[in-house]
Design a protein around this ligand. Structure first.
Ligand SMILES: *Cc1c(COP(=O)(O)O)cnc(C)c1O
Length: 224
């Protein structure tokens, strides 16, 4: 089941890439496994999936422990990180895609250094300026970028966003375009390799706007 769903999603990613005039290899798939059991991650891993996204620090830590024998597994934190969880996250995650404030960059940098680890990170941008949503406001992005680049134990992977929800994913495209424009305004693809954007319902639109990493959960693992 998961194997078939993964194959279908990979085929849709490739088709969207071709429609955008891009190479399918440019787009990484992060399989979002939050709330799903360890057996589901194992099944996806057996089907060749290596990169997983988790939203909750403790759940990510538990899955890291349960899957310790899978040395090629990459666990990305894609949920909001409270400062009091920075220590745990710096110890167990391979990447944190939701840095949204300078203090969090400093705290994760300090904790990763103490663990002797190098943490890959992305900055989450609140492109829609929604009050209830996490992520740096576009005009605060420069300050967060500066804070990240000052931390020796953080390696900057790019920018991430979750656009405002719309019934028709076509309306998400301007928000995806906005993240790409922000990337271009802050050093381009050379400085910010990844644009993490696109979920189950809108990853095709995100790929048309330049996404290099899609975060797909329910289309692979079923409804939560
Ligand atoms: C849950 C989640 C996803 C995956 O959502 P689906 O609609 O299940 O594909 C992607 N990104 C983030 C930040 C999430 O919280």
């Amino acid at each position: 089941m998961i194997r078939d769903a993964l194959a279908a999603v990979r085929a849709q990613i490739a088709a969207a890439a071709v429609a955008a005039g891009r190479s399918p290899d440019e787009i990484e798939l992060c399989a979002v496994s939050k709330t799903k059991p360890v057996s589901s991650l194992r099944e996806a891993h057996e089907a060749g999936q290596r990169v997983f996204g988790e939203n909750y620090a403790q759940e990510l830590a538990d899955k890291r422990g349960a899957l310790a024998e899978l040395s090629d597994l990459s666990l990305r934190m894609i949920g909001h990180v409270q400062s009091n969880k920075a220590k745990l996250v710096a110890r167990v995650a391979d990447a944190v895609d939701t840095i949204d404030r300078p203090e969090l960059a400093r705290e994760l940098g300090r904790r990763a250094e103490a663990e002797g680890r190098r943490l890959r990170v992305m900055i989450e941008v609140n492109v829609g300026g929604e009050a209830q949503k996490h992520g740096a406001r576009p005009d605060a992005l420069g300050a967060v970028l500066d804070a990240v680049t000052r931390e020796r134990s953080l390696a900057l992977d790019g920018l991430m966003t979750v656009p405002p929800y719309t019934d028709d994913p076509i309306h998400a495209r301007p928000y995806f375009a906005r993240l790409r424009e922000l990337r271009d305004a802050h050093g381009g693809a050379r400085a910010l390799r990844h644009l993490s954007m696109g979920m189950s319902h809108d990853f095709r639109e995100a790929i048309l706007e330049g996404s290099t990493m899609v975060r797909v959960g329910s289309a692979i693992f079923g409804a939560r």
